[in-house]
Design a protein around this ligand. Structure first.
Ligand code: FAD
Length: 354
């Protein structure tokens, strides 16, 4: 058995790296276990045209700014490079190609087993695995009869494959709206939503909206954070409001079922469709802690602000709305990681006041 560390961090994306930063600051012994071969999280898998919804000055992890003029909106590849630099800048200890398959606990020590047959041990575990590996597609009547293409936004890369097709994008979050907007220039595109898209202006009184989120405290207030994270408001980049008004893309209330060649709308009308892209989010990706009893019946972690409420020494970083509106973002994850690491030092399952 390996040396017992203070902490094992599972996942080496932004959440794992921010955790590593704070663990190092506090002098705790730790190792980050990352399934892939690089410290960039899921960013390399996101769609090609992705630009951050927050400008560079509000898009950094603790201790090192993303190298870009503050008012610019960095793109996907810049974030990938930034995260890799971040890991090497702070010399964070990472074991690559280590996919965790099971975490157990014996006599107060966690045993973390990976698919390559290694076992690591620690007194605490931070789960920072994101949710990108577990895309969620709702089940809709007639789905199996549909002869067209159904994909999740997690595998969408560019609009080129859909040129001149009739496409429906399902969802009303940032990914759904951004994908529908870029598709609408090349394909007949409809956004299928349960409720109308709710848009937040990108700028207000001459400042980026994130400036206001921060000075009003919206970004750090955990109750407001939870409700805003659930409201799934979308940043109005590049005139989205006007484009939706103009029907480019169209916006319709979600179809009720599929048929062979397309979909059936709530008024009973049928529409032929080539492809349907579900931008319907992700589920927790934490099956490796199931045997510890750390999950509810749906597979979501039993936790309060990132601290397991059932397993002493178990933590989470990077959950949506975990402690604030900004929790699962580049700008917000550092503060959640700090909270978890402070808690680890106290080594108690009772959440403490900051
Ligand atoms: P991930 O990036 O998913 O990283 C998790 C890591 O854990 C991965 O490297 C994975 O390989 C590893 N892993 C998973 N399972 C295991 C395992 N069992 N064992 C070991 N390792 C494992 N946020 C912003 O701030 N600004 C934006 O503009 C923005 N745009 C987004 C656009 C899209 C399309 C999406 C999906 C999200 C966006 N986000 C944005 C939200 C968030 O910042 C990203 O999802 C980010 O990638 C989350 O980081 P993470 O480290 O929590 O998870």
């Amino acid at each position: 058995m390996n040396h017992v560390l203070d902490v094992l961090v599972i996942g080496g994306g932004q959440s794992g790296l921010a955790s590593g930063y704070h663990l190092k600051q506090r002098g705790l012994s730790f190792l980050i276990l990352e399934a892939s071969g690089e410290a960039a999280g899921s960013w390399p898998n996101y769609y090609d045209s992705l630009k951050l919804f927050s400008p560079a000055k509000y898009s950094s992890l603790p201790g090192l700014s993303i190298p870009s003029p503050g008012d610019r909106y960095p793109n996907r590849d810049e974030v990938v490079q930034y995260l890799k630099n971040y890991a090497s800048h702070f010399q964070l200890p990472i074991a690559f190609h280590q996919r965790v398959e099971q975490v157990s606990k014996e006599s107060g020590v966690f045993q973390v087993r990976t698919t390559s047959g290694e076992t690591y041990t620690a007194r605490n575990v931070i789960c920072a695995t994101g949710s990108f590996n577990k895309p969620y597609i709702p089940s809709i009547p007639g789905q199996e009869d549909f002869k067209g293409t159904i994909i999740h936004s997690a595998v969408y890369k560019t609009p080129d494959a859909f040129r001149d097709q009739s496409v429906i994008v399902v969802g009303r979050g940032n990914s759904a709206v951004q994908i529908a907007m870029e598709l609408a220039d090349k394909a007949h595109t409809t956004l299928a939503v349960r409720e109308q898209v709710s848009l937040v202006p990108q700028r207000f009184l001459g400042k980026d909206i994130h400036f206001w989120f921060i000075i009003t405290g919206i970004d750090s207030h955990w109750r407001i954070g939870k409700s805003l994270a659930n409201a799934s408001s979308v940043m109005d980049l590049d005139g989205y409001k006007q484009r939706l008004k103009d029907g480019n893309p169209k916006q319709k209330i979600m179809f009720t079922s599929f048929y062979e060649d397309g979909v059936i709308w709530p008024d009973g009308s049928k529409e032929k469709v080539d492809s349907v892209i579900f931008a319907t989010g992700f589920h927790s990706n934490l099956s490796f802690i199931k045997d510890l009893g750390g999950l509810d019946a749906k597979g979501d972690p039993l936790q309060d602000r990132g601290v397991s409420t059932v397993v002493l020494g178990l933590y989470f970083v990077g959950l949506s709305g975990q402690r604030s509106f900004a929790s699962a973002t580049l700008r917000g994850v550092g503060s959640d990681a700090k909270y978890a690491v402070k808690h680890i030092q106290k080594n108690t399952i009772v959440p403490y006041a900051e």
